[in-house]
Design a protein around this ligand. Structure first.
Ligand code: SIN
Ligand code: FE2
Length: 221
């Protein structure tokens, strides 16, 4: 961090606890923002997966995604041969997706504020589970009804290389290492930036074993 002679010692201390790296205009990496909450978040993910189990969804082209997914909130993101969309029910059970836990909401709104997007009210949380070797190819998050709200993405467990590009698929994306507890917030001019996850390296994490869990919070409806 650069020296800020104008800052009081207590502010300098607070700023050093929360490193906010600008990835591009509208996109920020909040290193370690969710580190303290990580065990509670993982407990909540396990409860959600008891009623809405992780599954590999089919792409519209008929392939199976390698990343396993589930959702919580009033809307859940799904993919099948009819396309990508949000549904209020889990197609596997016909039941509503599990409610979004208070700990999720609280973290997502605090992270959005830290990323300079006030008033974020997510109604959907897509939960991705990656095992070593799985990846998520470059894509835009564009199935939401309006693009004013940001995306808040929370990394837990095994580390990953986050690919973060611009608003076109072409061009070389930034490669950013994300560790457990790191949060990325993107919105405004970065809302439709292409992003993805490079193949996950082999490893074992005390919280998640051979998995990386990612929570992406969205305002879908
Ligand atoms: C996503 O784009 O849905 C997930 C990104 C990530 O796993 O970090
Ligand atoms: Fe995404």
């Amino acid at each position: 961090m650069t020296r800020r002679p104008d800052m009081a010692p207590q502010d300098l201390f607070a700023a050093s606890l929360l490193e906010r790296e600008a990835l591009s205009p509208g996109a920020r990496l909040l290193r370690g923002f969710a580190r303290d909450d990580a065990p509670t978040l993982i407990d909540a993910v396990n409860k959600i997966a008891n009623s809405a189990p992780f599954r590999c969804m089919a792409t519209p082209g008929g392939r199976k995604m390698s990343v396993e997914m589930t959702n919580c909130g009033t809307a859940g993101w799904i993919s099948d041969k009819r396309g990508y969309r949000y549904e209020s029910e889990d197609p596997a059970s016909g039941q509503p997706w599990p409610a979004m836990p208070e700990t999720f909401l609280n973290l997502a709104t605090r992270a959005a504020t830290a990323g300079e997007f006030d008033g974020f009210e997510p109604d959907a949380c897509l939960i991705n589970r990656y095992s070593p070797g799985t990846r998520l190819s470059l894509h835009q998050d564009r199935d939401e009804q309006d693009f004013n709200a940001p995306i808040v993405s929370v990394s837990l467990g095994l580390s990953a290389i986050f690919l973060f590009g611009g608003d076109k698929r072409s061009g070389r994306p930034q490669r950013i290492r994300l560790d457990s507890g790191d949060v990325v917030v993107w919105g405004g001019p970065a809302r439709l930036n292409f992003h993805g996850i490079a193949p996950i390296a082999e490893g074992c994490h005390p919280l998640t074993g051979r998995n990386r869990i990612n929570l992406t919070f969205r305002k879908a409806l």
